[in-house]
Ligand binder design. Sequence first.
Ligand code: HEM
Length: 321
Amino acid sequence: DKLDEDQIKRIKEVQRQMIVNFGKFNILNFWPRVTKILLRNRWKELFFLRKCQDDVLISLIRARKKAKEERVNKSKENKKDYEDEYVLSYVDTLLALELPEEKRKLKEEEMVSLCSEFLDAGTDTTSTALQWIMANLVKYPQTQEKLFMEIKGVVQDSEESIKEEELQKMPYLKAVILEGLRRHPPAHFVLPHAMTEDVILGKYAVPKDATINFMVAEMGWDPEVWEDPMAFKPERFLDSGGETFDITGSREIKMMPFGVGRRICPGYGLAMLHLEYFVANLIWKFEWKAVDGDDVDLSEKEEFTVVMKNPLQAHVYPRLK
Ligand code: HEM
């Protein structure tokens, strides 16, 4: 059930290759009939990588399928202990899925695409956001200190790590995370959406079936909505009269790092929790300082997400308690 280090390394390598080449392969989609001739070698490269991905992920999907069948057999034999131990996985849900219109199960290749999407969407985004937030905490030591003082007011000195329920007592922590997602949204666009009907939007007529997207980063940087938008000021999220900022945009949309509406990122709750948990613990345990004489460079680079062009380098000092 558990993956060994070697398997994890193989998954990481193949997914990483897909992510770093995302833009390069995406172009192939624009006009496949033409790119199949003009960019023949790039197609070959994509198929090769996809084959590597199939090799790594299909064997894991099959192993899970086998485990699921064994579980069904054992539960028929009434082995209750076995039933209790079983943790439902994403692959289990894919194996159980039946496409309602086509009345068929998913093919293995389709499961590979979905697993790949889930792995990338659920890891690269959060780790990118975490790096941007930590970079700002290194660049602005007063913000880091203010956050540390908030944590210190909630957590006992003797505690090894911060618990989930303690995170809820840290409004400044939440403000730091929101400010990080506003100023540096990992995705500068959402996934492409399509219009279901003709719509007049502002000055524009958008026809049915048109592909549309949203300028996520630009929205968060709009000077008409945000005061001094390019500055990193978590305090702006504390001035809302005690109301928590609605990240789902159901009341009003001032920024949308996770998208909004029915296609909103399904992992947004988990992502917020992960970010709060990691940032709080990293600041609780260590003091983070810029490398001597080095200002933290916040230049961007587009990969699968928009990452730091020069990854964060910092000195890390254990906090003495
Ligand atoms: C800081 C972290 C994250 C950010 C900024 C983020 C952002 C987004 C955005 C902008 C979209 C597109 C929404 C749209 O098309 O309107 C999306 C989709 C998606 N996200 Fe996230 N995400 C994050 C973390 C996660 C996590 C932790 C998971 C899973 C555990 C996840 C799973 C997905 C999936 C599966 C989709 C595709 C949904 C669909 O096809 O409708 N994301 N995310």
